[in-house]
Design a binder for this molecule. Structure first.
Ligand SMILES: *Cc1c(COP(=O)(O)O)cnc(C)c1O
Length: 231
């Protein structure tokens, strides 16, 4: 198999595993979207999975998202930003994404809204919540989520779609699941004019996230293999 067939086969296998994880807990696989985390992957591999019908991608660095955009211009897709966004990169990033999953402060929300007003467009956003309490993880603490959500509702160019979290990095599955349950509980009362998106679960723990209600899982290494260590 060449590399194109290899990533296509792995993406198909990942989708099948997501479907199976949904069925096991009595959920409809169609209710769980699979985002492919394409960070550090060359454009050719993104095009390979796009050609196989995958449409939802995530990047976590502004520079990389911007660099890949021209190569994806003729490809039907959605690009979500899943990394930490600094305010001074907003203008660069906005033209190349359809959703920001990592909204984590009122300052950033205001900055986005102001820029979107100039561009006369709206943006889907998710509030990132730090359910694990680990210092290394971005996101608002669970107890601060409701306030940021209410503030976002007052910004006309931002459309809240749901919540996102990066789960606890631990072999203790019960603790990982408890974090995902926290996100699901925060999402339950939200009215976002449609199904609330719960973006949670990665290659190592998507089944647990699906068991707790994830409607979007974000897979990288399961499809593309191990990444080189972050530089
Ligand atoms: C890279 C990344 C993922 C995918 O991680 P894997 O463990 O490789 O599946 C998911 N979410 C975010 C925010 C990421 O940066």
């Amino acid at each position: 198999m060449d590399d194109t067939q290899d990533v296509q086969a792995r993406a198909a296998a990942a989708r099948a595993a997501v479907d199976a994880a949904a069925r096991v807990v009595g959920r409809d696989p169609a209710d769980v979207r699979m985002l492919l985390a394409t960070k550090t992957q060359p454009l050719e591999r993104v095009l390979a999975v796009a050609a196989a019908g995958h449409r939802l991608f995530g990047e976590n660095r502004v520079q990389e998202a911007v660099a890949k955009a021209p190569g994806l211009a003729d490809v039907e897709h959605e690009m979500h930003f899943i990394g930490h966004l600094q305010g001074n990169k907003v203008n660069q990033l906005l033209p190349v994404i359809s959703c920001l999953q990592t909204l984590d402060s009122l300052a950033l929300a205001r900055r986005l809204d102001a820029r979107l007003e100039l561009l006369e467009r709206d943006l889907d956003v998710m509030v990132q919540v730090n359910v694990s309490g680990e210092d290394s993880k971005a996101g608002v603490p669970p107890e601060a989520a409701a306030e940021l959500i209410a503030q976002v509702a007052d910004l006309p160019r931002l459309r809240l779609r749901g919540l996102m979290t990066i789960g606890l990095n631990s072999p203790d599955r019960g603790a990982v699941r408890a974090g995902y349950r926290t996100l699901a509980e925060l999402a339950a009362p939200l009215d976002v004019g449609g199904p609330v998106v719960l973006s949670m679960g990665m290659s190592g723990d998507f089944a647990d996230a699906i068991a707790e209600g994830a409607t979007m899982v974000r897979l990288g290494s399961a499809v593309f293999g191990a990444r080189p260590p972050a530089s």
